[in-house]
Write a protein that binds this ligand. Structure first.
Ligand SMILES: [Fe+2]
Ligand SMILES: [Fe+2]
Length: 270
């Protein structure tokens, strides 16, 4: 396999036709047999990969693709509309955070890891949204199974259902109910994940106002959580960043291994 084959496999598994803006092949490589895969990749990881004889390095989180990756945040609109949120409300819900991500992207040194990989002639790529999409579907399926079986299912039932995904069992973090109680009815429940980063206060609040009772994020900033908890408009479950990223990444790594690639996971691949 080469780097394009690897990207195409991720697109195929997640149902994407094009490489999203937060994913990119920076340095192409072919005949790849031994690959280092990290949720985050640093300069020293690239150097280590060279020293240990790896053929390529794959990061989950954006490297230089962060200069345009924020565009993926707008895909929250589709996720919300599919969950029944009116399009105009969905567009409003993403607007402020999209702007803040776009402006923040301009401050980053996007070239650090890529320039070191170039110097070392180490093939390098990052695959973000497609792998999160694999995780999002698995998590939403786990939730839907619980609620379809029992429409009166509680938040604690939903949490238990999510633990059927092995990455959550393995993780040091726990799935937490951050707004609502164990025995609160979950009702209409949306896994809001897979569109660059969490939707913060605005997306959860928009969900609640559109009749979604429970929002599941993989992480949330503390001030957004405080506001959602105080307002008591709906329930919030947070599943943990690394555990949830792995829920989408590990099925992909399994496929790479079945294609004969020796994959070593570091930096959060649990
Ligand atoms: Fe992710
Ligand atoms: Fe992540």
């Amino acid at each position: 396999m080469n780097t394009t084959d690897i990207m195409n496999l991720a697109l195929e598994m997640s149902g994407f036709r094009h490489i999203p803006d937060d994913s990119e092949i920076y340095i192409e490589g072919s005949s790849l047999k031994k690959v280092l895969f990290g949720i985050d990749i640093s300069n020293s990881d690239v150097y280590m990969a060279k020293t240990l004889g790896y053929d390529a390095v794959i990061a989950h989180h954006p490297l230089a693709s962060s200069t345009k990756g924020f565009n993926v945040f707008k895909d929250n609109i589709n996720i919300l509309v599919e969950a029944g949120v009116p399009e105009e409300s969905a567009e409003k819900a993403v607007a402020d955070k999209y702007d803040s991500l776009r402006i923040a992207a301009g401050s980053k040194n996007y070239d650090d890891v890529v320039s070191v990989a170039k110097l070392l002639a180490m093939p390098l790529m990052n695959i973000h949204q497609p792998l999160d999409e694999i995780g999002r579907k698995l998590m939403q399926d786990a939730v839907d199974t619980v609620i379809n079986k029992n429409p009166e299912a509680t938040l604690s039932d939903v949490v238990e259902g999510l633990y059927c995904i092995p990455d959550f069992k393995r993780a040091r973090t726990k799935i937490e109910i951050l707004a609502g109680d164990d025995c609160s009815k979950a009702g209409k429940t949306l896994v809001s994940h897979g569109a660059y980063t969490n939707g913060g206060y605005d997306i959860a609040n928009t969900c609640f106002e559109a009749g979604i009772n429970t929002v599941i994020y993989i992480h949330i900033a503390y001030p957004d959580y405080v506001r959602l908890k105080r307002e008591k408009k709906g329930n919030l479950i947070v599943t943990g960043h690394i555990a949830s990223d792995c829920a989408g990444i590990n099925p992909f790594i399994d496929r790479l291994r079945s294609e004969g690639i020796d994959v070593t996971g570091i930096n959060g691949i649990i």
